[in-house]
Design a protein around this ligand. Structure first.
Ligand code: SF4
Ligand code: SF4
Length: 299
């Protein structure tokens, strides 16, 4: 039996191996004026989750496509090339572009999950014989962080509350589950195609472009959703994100969560077979020439 435990998401950091529980106590404090203030943000390697992007793009008054182009770089989350995104930093040193020397984090109220948790690491894992994931924690102990020397003891759970991560965890959790399921999937799920990765990227990260996809006439010809639900998912980013997870589980794993009109799938596939193949070939050619992030974002 294979075991995917300790499959760390979203961190790949100097994580200490001991798994911690919500009741584990640790000593830590971080505040403006501490000798290492901003040191962590000058060595930023921040993987973003879908709800992080919603918070940041809304704070900055941008569309998700604009945010992704300006503030992120893509990376591959696994050997199949499953796409993820990280916060863009300065070119020479990995200094976060949202950090200002005097002020610290300029997006503090909407900072990403990874920044909130630090120096705790959130670890999502899933055993291959279990459906649901587990969330554990570990400690990241880096020399530059002097917060560990502070005389303030608190539990992981108290720290999570203080950092207001619960809302982020709740809205990102299905995303982590989808990644873990995809990573641990056997041949039954099939090999991912460039088109399926494009769809995954749009549904998870480019939530405003996903809205355009929902509003296109073909979507409602295929999926049987009420006017009320359609209005909700096309006007509310968070509700759209929850819907995108349901659709992704359906598309990637065949878990039917959104009813389809009878015969709509077969009809549409027949109509689009040739177009889809041509588009797939065109995408492959186009992706060879573009900047890494551009291959996921249409102009
Ligand atoms: S988003 Fe804010 S907290 Fe996170 S690395 Fe950047 S400046 Fe630091
Ligand atoms: S104590 Fe740690 S988390 Fe806080 S500013 Fe210093 S390096 Fe960053």
């Amino acid at each position: 039996m294979s075991n995917n435990e300790f499959n760390d998401i979203p961190f790949n950091s100097p994580v200490q191996p001991a798994q911690l529980t919500p009741d584990t106590k640790f000593c830590f404090n971080c505040y403006p004026g501490i000798s290492c203030f901003n040191a962590c943000c000058k060595q930023a390697d921040i993987t973003l989750a879908p709800y992080d992007i919603i918070r940041l793009k809304n704070r900055l008054g941008m569309t998700s496509s604009e945010f992704l182009k300006k503030h992120t770089v893509p990376f591959e989350m696994d050997s199949h090339g499953m796409p993820g995104v990280k916060l863009r930093t300065t070119d020479v040193d990995p200094v976060c572009l949202f950090m200002e020397e005097e002020k610290g984090c300029t997006v503090y109220e909407d900072r990403p999950t990874a920044c909130r948790y630090y120096p705790v690491a959130l670890l999502s894992s899933r055993k291959s014989d279990e459906y649901h994931d587990q969330q554990n924690y570990a400690m990241v102990n880096e020399d530059h962080c002097k917060g560990h020397d502070e005389d303030r003891e608190l539990t992981i759970e108290e720290y999570r509350k203080e950092q207001q991560v619960e809302e982020f965890d709740e809205l990102n959790r299905t995303y982590y589950q989808i990644i873990l399921k995809r990573k641990s999937a056997g041949p039954s799920i099939g090999s991912p195609t460039p088109t399926s990765f494009q769809f995954f990227f749009m549904a998870c990260f480019d939530i405003d472009r996903f809205n355009e996809f929902l509003k296109a006439p073909n979507f409602r010809k295929m999926y049987n959703i009420t006017d009320k639900e359609f209005k909700t998912i096309t006007t509310d980013d968070v509700e759209r994100l929850k819907f995108s997870y349901r659709l992704l589980k359906q598309v990637l794993f065949g878990e039917i969560g959104i009813p389809m009109h009878e015969g709509a799938y077969d009809e549409r596939m027949e109509d689009r077979k040739e177009v889809l193949e041509m588009r797939r070939q065109a995408e492959i050619e186009q992706n060879k020439q573009k900047d890494p992030i551009d291959k996921f974002i249409e102009d």
